[in-house]
Design a protein. Structure first.
Ligand code: CAA
Length: 249
């Protein structure tokens, strides 16, 4: 039997990160040809080797998602070497946590550029092809902290909330062309990013999660595959929360 997403080309930005890695593997397992971007040559080579060791061949293309010209060039190169992009997972993101009073403009700018400008930079060169071909999936990885706000994350919460505004607007523009645009908002997932939160603070956060634990990257990847599937074609402009019950609305 053919796999669910057989032959689809998927670009997962930030694929070498904690959540990104799980998404890449899940989409490969579902039959996709998955590619990702990278910024740091050394880290990328190490990740590619690790993936190879696990049986996953995932080509990597150099581009900073905060830079429009680099993203344009990356998309052109992927489409030439691999094929037209059917599924785009805007997953790349960073944190620069600080209470707002202490936040520098640089901390603000870094997060807005990497987490919000990036979705323009990568989606814009991809969307035209998707609409012309009459099928596409754009999945924006946001966060529970874009939904509820978080002490120490004025920059991150603003970017992640902005992401869903983008989702709702673009979803309307491309709906008739067979392209869906959705936001997936994970809660606290057991990645290096979350483990960087001071233990005392993280313990307090976990205590507020009804399910009683951090989520796993594999649980996020499962939702991505679901949103990417043909059967999810009627879901667009939506925000799918998966946060262990930490925030319900
Ligand atoms: N609510 C209310 N008050 C709080 C608070 C909170 N959650 N946390 C700290 N405070 C208070 C402190 O008690 C202290 O009060 P006093 O001045 O009266 O003593 C004051 O705020 C401390 O303020 P500071 O500006 O000095 O803060 P800090 O430098 O000590 O720490 C911080 C700021 C580094 C942002 C720290 O609060 C922190 O790491 N918070 C966690 C942020 C977080 O959850 N990040 C998520 C990262 S993972 C991720 O982003 C993935 C995802 O999508 C979920």
């Amino acid at each position: 039997m053919a796999k669910k997403l057989e032959g689809k080309v998927a670009l997962v930005t930030g694929g070498a990160g904690g959540i990104g890695t799980a998404i890449c593997k899940r989409l490969v397992d579902a039959g996709c040809r998955v590619v990702t971007n990278y910024r740091n040559e050394e880290k990328a080579a190490k990740w590619r080797e690790t993936m190879k060791g696990q049986g996953y061949e995932i080509p990597m293309f150099k581009a900073d998602v905060g830079d429009y010209k680099e993203c344009e060039a990356m998309v052109a190169q992927i489409e030439k070497e691999i094929g037209p992009i059917d599924i785009l997972v805007n997953n790349a993101g960073v944190t620069r946590d600080s209470s707002f009073r202490k936040m520098t403009h640089e901390q603000w700018d870094t997060v807005i550029t990497s987490n919000l400008d990036s979705i323009f930079n990568v989606t814009h060169p991809v969307i035209e092809g998707m609409t012309n071909r009459g099928w596409g999936r754009v999945i924006n990885i946001s966060s529970v902290n874009g939904q509820k706000g978080q002490f120490g994350q004025a920059n991150y919460s603003a970017a992640k909330a902005g992401m869903h505004g983008f989702t709702m607007a673009v979803a309307q523009e491309v709906a008739r062309k067979g392209v869906t645009v959705n936001t997936l908002s994970p809660g606290y997932i057991g990645t290096e990013m979350v483990k960087a939160v001071p233990t005392e603070i993280l313990n307090k956060i976990v205590a507020q999660i009804p399910v009683g634990r951090l989520g796993t990257p594999e649980e996020v990847a499962y939702c991505v595959e679901f949103l990417a599937s043909d059967e999810a074609g009627f879901i667009t402009g939506a925000e799918l929360s998966m946060n262990g019950g930490q925030h319900m609305y």
